[in-house]
Each structure stands twice: as structure tokens, then as C-alpha cells.
Ligand binder design. Structure first.
Ligand SMILES: NC(=O)C1=CN([C@@H]2O[C@H](COP(=O)(O)OP(=O)(O)OC[C@H]3O[C@@H](n4cnc5c(N)ncnc54)[C@H](OP(=O)(O)O)[C@@H]3O)[C@@H](O)[C@H]2O)[C@@H](O)CC1
Ligand SMILES: Nc1ncnc2c1ncn2[C@@H]1O[C@H](COP(=O)(O)OP(=O)(O)O)[C@@H](O)[C@H]1O
Ligand SMILES: [Mg+2]
Length: 282
């Protein structure tokens, strides 16, 4: 029996959990953002900053060496681990105690990166949000999908989704394909677009916020950071996806009267996150 829900203010408000007075950064959780390659370190910066500004207590990023000074300069709040390779990720080694991983943004498709991703997936048991080139790597190696834990959120845009599950004739057919995919791997899929729809098994959540201002580079990288940051502080996969998508879109609705559609960029999503959270204040 399929169920359709609209992600509106009521749905978001009842999922929102205010941060308690006695909170400290350990309670708010430690997130690890893995991604980036030469020329695309900005995607990791966007995800990491969005993660912190969604309420995560600590954020560490794992990037190729070329990203070290960039990230440390752009975001003093974020800690940095680097790969031994300068231009791309060649192996993912970490012994950090973390609550959630967000990965794939700007990561590229180098063969060594693909192998590093595969080795990481096989030993990962933590909640994970996979986006962008992480999705594209899975599309090129579909047998690796068996290694996804049931604490996984995928965040494809329509083209990334097509690579992953094949082409569809209609939106209805696409949703049926995504539901089958979700049931097969027991995972949440955020189908980004206008509107964004979140699928978990037979349930479909249709977002009601957002606008064309979001059609700008890095807006998906920011969404990955928001969902990762919510999971870091204890939201489960589906609530983090629902609340994250709602807040992400709401920033654009709140901003456009000041920024216009044309001059809204991904960093504005992060800048307006506080205003979006305040609308849910209890
Ligand atoms: N500052 C940085 O470091 C940034 C780094 N970034 C990183 O770049 C990597 C590549 O990500 P990507 O989504 O740009 O391209 P990719 O999946 O290779 O497919 C390209 C084709 O897909 C389509 N298409 C694209 N977007 C779509 C959408 N929303 N909805 C529907 N379709 C869409 C479109 O196809 P078309 O419509 O032209 O046929 C386009 O030609 C990735 O790792 C990302 O994190 C970016 O985030 C930008 C900022
Ligand atoms: N016209 C639109 N209306 C609403 N949301 C949009 C629109 N265009 C893009 N978006 C949103 O912007 C984001 C784009 O994601 P993505 O293509 O992965 O960006 P990037 O990879 O550049 O960071 C998604 O969350 C998508 O839902
Ligand atoms: Mg993207």
C-alpha cells in the first residue's frame, strides 16, 4: 500500500528537535565529509559548512592533499584529514569516532578513487549520505550496491538517478522504480528536483519548499551537508532527509525577495539556514 505525504510546515515542525540547554559538541555529533578533487574542493567546503550550520557539533573533512590549505583557510571551525595523493582520493583511512559520513561531492571518478570508495563501503557500518560522484561510482559498479548498509541516504538529481536505475517513461514509472530500489536495498532515496521527492519503500514524501533560485552550482552539495548534519545530532535517516530537504528549499523561499532568483548562490542557502530553522522554533 503506497502512501503519499507532503513535506509542509507541520511535517517539518513535528520532526524538528530543539538543541537542549545542556548540549555540548559531543552530543551534537561528529560528522565526516569525504570528497573533493583538484578544482572541486569547493563542493566539500559547501557541504562541511552546511553540516556545521545544521547543528553538527564537530565536522572533519577528508580531502586530497590539494584541499588542505583551502579548507583550513575557508573554515577554521572544520578539521581536516588529507589523502596521501594530491589531486584525488586514493584511499580512505580514518580511525575517528564519528556518527555519520557524507560523501561523494566533487570526488571525481578516478579508478583509484573508485577502489578507495569500494574498500570504504565494505567496512562501513555508520549512517552515510552518498551524493554526486559517489552515486556515479555506484552506477559504474552496480554490484557494489550490495555493500550499502541500511543506514544509507542517496541524494541523486534526475541524471544521477537515471545512471543508477535506468531510464523511465513517466514520473509514475520513475517512482515505482525508485520504490523497488529502496525496498531492495532498504535505503532512503532523495530524488532531487522540482519538486524534490523522498522515497522510502512504499512511502513518497513530496517537498513543498524551494524554487528555481536553487538551480545553481553547489546547491546539492549543500543539501548533502544539511542531511549529514541532522543525522550527526540524532535524527534518523528519513527524518533527516525530510527536514533537510524542507529547510534547504525554505532558505531559497526566504531569500529570493532580497537576492532575486538570478543572484542566489549555494552559499546563500547556508547563510539563510538560521532563518529557516527559526521558523520551526518551539
Ligand atoms: N564548486 C564545486 O566544487 C562544485 C562541484 N560539483 C561537483 O561536480 C560533480 C559533477 O556534478 P554535476 O551534477 O554538475 O554533473 P554530473 O552528475 O556529472 O552530470 C552533468 C549532467 O547532469 C545533468 N544535471 C546536472 N545537474 C542536474 C540537476 N540538478 N538536475 C537534473 N540534471 C542535472 C546535466 O545534463 P543535461 O541536462 O545537460 O543533459 C549535466 O550536463 C559532482 O561531484 C559535484 O559534487 C558541483 O556540485 C558543482 C559545484
Ligand atoms: N528549479 C528548481 N526548483 C527547486 N529546486 C531546485 C531547482 N533546481 C535545482 N533545485 C535543487 O537544487 C539542488 C541541485 O542539486 P545538484 O544538481 O546535485 O547540485 P550540485 O551538484 O551543483 O551541488 C537539488 O536539491 C534540487 O532539488
Ligand atoms: Mg550534485
Amino acid at each position: 500500500m503506497e502512501k503519499y505525504f507532503y513535506i509542509d510546515y507541520e511535517q517539518a515542525k513535528r520532526r524538528f528537535k530543539p538543541i537542549v540547554n545542556q548540549a555540548h559538541k559531543g552530543i551534537q555529533g561528529h560528522a565526516l565529509i569525504i570528497g573533493g578533487s583538484y578544482g572541486k574542493i569547493g563542493s566539500v567546503c559547501l557541504s562541511a559548512k552546511a553540516c556545521l550550520k545544521s547543528g553538527a557539533g564537530l565536522v572533519t573533512v577528508y580531502v586530497p592533499k590539494c584541499g588542505y590549505e583551502i579548507v583550513q583557510t575557508v573554515m577554521p571551525e572544520v578539521m581536516v584529514l588529507t589523502d596521501e595523493c594530491n589531486e584525488y582520493i586514493s584511499s580512505i583511512q580514518t580511525t575517528l569516532s564519528i556518527q555519520v559520513i557524507g560523501m561523494g561531492m566533487g570526488m571525481g571518478l578516478h579508478k583509484e578513487t573508485q577502489q578507495a570508495f569500494f574498500q570504504f563501503l565494505k567496512m562501513n557500518y555508520l549512517p552515510i549520505v552518498i551524493d554526486a560522484d559517489g552515486l556515479n561510482i555506484l552506477s559504474e559498479n552496480k554490484t557494489w550496491l550490495e555493500n550499502l548498509s541500511d543506514k544509507t541516504v542517496l541524494t541523486p538529481h534526475r541524471k544521477e538517478l537515471e545512471r543508477l536505475i535506468g531510464i523511465w517513461e513517466s514520473q509514475e514509472q520513475m517512482l515505482e522504480m525508485v520504490k523497488e530500489f529502496s525496498k531492495k536495498y532498504n535505503i532512503v532515496i532523495v530524488v532531487k528536483g522540482a519538486p524534490t521527492m523522498i522515497v522510502y519503500k512504499n512511502d513518497v514524501y513530496v517537498n513543498t519548499t524551494g524554487n528555481q533560485a536553487l538551480a545553481t552550482a553547489g546547491s546539492g552539495d549543500v543539501l548533502t551537508g544539511i542531511i549529514t548534519g541532522l543525522i550527526a545530532q540524532g535524527y534518523d535517516m528519513i527524518d533527516a532527509a525530510i527536514l533537510g530537504v524542507y529547510l534547504h528549499g525554505l532558505t531559497a523561499d526566504l531569500a529570493v525577495h532580497e537576492t532575486s532568483y538570478n543572484s542566489f548562490i549555494a552559499s546563500d542557502i547556508i547563510q539563510y539556514l538560521g532563518k529557516a530553522f527559526l521558523t520551526l522554533k518551539k
